[in-house]
Each structure stands twice: as structure tokens, then as C-alpha cells.
Design a protein around this ligand. Structure first.
Ligand code: AHM
Ligand code: MG
Length: 327
């Protein structure tokens, strides 16, 4: 398997992908190319984010996205850049984006893959120079190549993801992904413009002492969730909440912790979107030994019914997730 490959920390993403290509059951050359295209999109978005403060492209532009939320300019920029990179790459026939209601057709009807993505998550953090992220989920299409993709290609369910991951634009920029066999993290070396393997075969600590949740909603959570949060506090756990899912998830993945976005009175199904927020992070969680639940069962087992549906989520260290969803 890829984990057995002798790939030292410090190799470039390209070399990693090349070396592991033959080891992954799914890793056709096309998937490898698609992962490279995502890395390129990440570098481009990284550049835009770093320039944002300078060229005044950050900030609300007055339009709303399909969920009726105020859309920031940089969201739109990231959406456009990502779509363009995947179009040019040629492996993807269609994209589902948080920023657009309908399926986006790339014109590559012979592409074997579809991608669901949140091009820039944590948009409320853009203006204030706090970490934000890109989340992506990849499926092999089920409709025949040469014909237009349909919603069926996106609604296969979390277990059918062939790869998923995120790019975190933090104090450094990192790409973390899995093709089903382990989770690896790559840090962008800005001077070289290359993602370098920095976090090899990430394993989620089974337990931890960090809980990440918007406690402002405490009185609107189920009693069982309130009880879990009370337990965390009685034990003196650390409360850490950026309000940027990718950043909160990533910290907990490395240090041990839980991220919760439970249902609230206002949002009975939670806030986060199943296809391009919950599924990909649940995939990374499980592939690294962690867990992801919607309060009833595994996130990855939820049968999807629509492209932009939401789900409550409890994700992170396995023991913590287990305890948090006990009735
Ligand atoms: P977004 O897709 O509009 O950016 O919303 C998703 C974000 C997550 O990154 C974050 O964890 C969550 O919303 C924070 O929500 P809240 O402000 O309700 O705590
Ligand atoms: Mg989002």
C-alpha cells in the first residue's frame, strides 16, 4: 500500500502522487492528474488570499449565495479559480459548489470524475485575516462518459468518495487529503511554489482534551449535547473555536479533539452542508482513525437526497465523538 512506500517527509506532492499511483486501487493516471489540478487551484487561491488585504478584493460585494448568506468577494474569486483549474485539467466533467445552486458543467464530458467543493469556507473570517479553507470531495461518475453528468453522480453517498480533503490557508498553507489509504499532509513552500510532504500518514489521536463548538448556541442544543459540553468543562478541557471549519478540524486532527455543529432550534439540521463539508471531513476523520457522526450514525452512511442538504456533525477523535453522541 501507499503507507508502505518509502516516501520520506520532504518529497514534493508530485513525487508522492507519482510514487503512490500504482499502489492505490483507484489511482488511475486521471485521478492523479485531478489531485494535481486541485493543488494548482489551491496555490492560486492561496495567492489571491495573500493579496486580499492589499488589493481590496476582500469584503462583501452585496450579493448572496444560494443559501442566502452574504457572499464575500474572495468566495467568488475562489469559486471561479477552482472551476477554471478543474476545467483546464480535463478530468472532471461536473462540479457542485457551495457557491452555486446548480451543477457546473466543465465541458469535459469524457472526464471520469465529479467534484463537490466548498471553494472558500469560513467566509466570515476573510475580512479579519483569520484562517480559511477549501474543502473537496471526489467521486467517479456513475453516468456514462460522453453524456452530461447528473445529480446521481453527486448523490452516491459518502462511502463512494474516491478521494477527499482540504486546503487550509493558515499560518502556512496545507493540503491534506486521502485517496482512501491513509491521510497525508503537504505544506506549501511559498518560495518554491511546491507542496511538500510534511505530515505523513496522519493518525487521529483516539482521545483528546479540545472541544470546538459555537457555545453561543448552548441553550438551543439538545440536553444530551449540553450534558456533553458540561462534562468537557468539568474535566477542564480547552474550548477552541475559530469558526473556520477547516482550521478547527485540522487542529483537532493533529492534537486530539472534537468539533461539533449540532442541530439548533434555528437550524434543526445543523448548519454545515453534507456533500462538500461533512462528507469530505468525515472521510478524512475515518481514514485517520477518527469518527464522524450526525448524532445517530456515521456521517458517511447518510443517504443523500439533495446537493445542498445540511447535517449536524460531531467529528474528530473517536472516543470523544462516541461519548458526545450517547443519548
Ligand atoms: P460558511 O460555509 O458560510 O463559511 O459557513 C461554514 C462555517 C464553518 O467554517 C464554521 O465552522 C461554521 O460556519 C461557523 O458557524 P457559526 O458562526 O454558526 O458558529
Ligand atoms: Mg462552507
Amino acid at each position: 500500500t501507499a503507507q508502505e512506500l518509502a516516501l520520506p517527509v520532504g518529497v514534493t506532492l508530485d513525487r508522492f502522487i507519482m510514487a503512490s499511483q500504482s499502489a492505490f486501487p483507484y489511482a488511475t493516471g486521471e485521478l492523479s492528474q485531478l489531485l494535481r489540478d486541485i493543488a494548482i487551484a489551491g496555490k492560486i487561491i492561496n495567492r489571491e488570499i495573500n493579496r486580499a488585504g492589499l488589493v481590496d478584493i476582500a469584503g462583501g460585494n452585496g450579493t448572496e449565495n444560494v443559501q442566502g448568506e452574504n457572499q464575500q468577494k474572495l468566495d467568488i474569486v475562489a469559486n471561479i479559480r477552482f472551476i477554471r483549474a478543474l476545467k483546464n485539467g480535463g478530468e472532471v466533467c461536473a462540479i457542485l459548489s457551495e457557491e452555486e445552486e446548480d451543477i457546473i458543467y466543465t465541458g469535459n464530458e469524457h472526464g471520469k470524475y465529479v467534484v463537490a467543493m466548498d471553494p472558500l469556507d469560513g467566509s466570515s473570517n476573510i475580512d479579519v485575516n483569520v484562517s480559511i479553507g477549501t474543502i473537496f470531495s471526489i467521486y467517479r461518475r456513475v453516468t456514462p462518459t460522453g453524456s452530461p453528468a447528473t445529480m446521481d453522480d453527486f448523490l452516491q453517498g459518502g462511502r463512494k468518495q474516491v478521494a477527499a480533503g482540504y486546503i487550509l490557508y493558515g499560518s502556512s498553507t496545507m493540503l491534506v487529503f486521502s485517496t482512501g489509504d491513509g491521510v497525508n499532509g503537504f505544506t506549501l513552500d511559498q518560495s518554491l511554489g511546491e507542496f511538500i510532504l510534511s505530515h505523513k500518514n496522519i493518525s487521529s489521536p483516539n482521545n483528546g482534551t479540545i472541544f470546538s463548538v459555537n457555545e453561543g448556541n448552548y441553550y438551543s442544543y439538545l440536553p444530551s449535547v449540553q450534558k456533553y459540553l458540561d462534562n468537557c468543562k468539568q474535566r477542564g478541557y480547552s474550548a477552541r473555536y475559530i469558526g473556520s471549519l477547516v482550521g478547527d478540524f485540522h487542529r483537532n486532527l493533529l492534537k486530539g479533539g472534537i468539533y461539533l455543529y449540532p442541530s439548533t432550534k434555528k437550524d434543526p439540521k445543523g448548519k454545515l452542508r453534507l456533500l462538500y463539508e461533512c462528507y469530505p471531513l468525515a472521510f478524512i476523520a475515518e481514514k485517520s482513525g477518527g469518527k464522524a457522526s450526525d448524532g445517530f450514525g456515521a456521517i458517511l452512511d447518510i443517504v443523500p437526497t439533495s446537493g445542498h442538504q445540511r447535517s449536524p456533525i460531531y467529528v474528530g477523535s473517536a472516543a470523544m465523538v462516541k461519548e458526545s453522541v450517547q443519548p
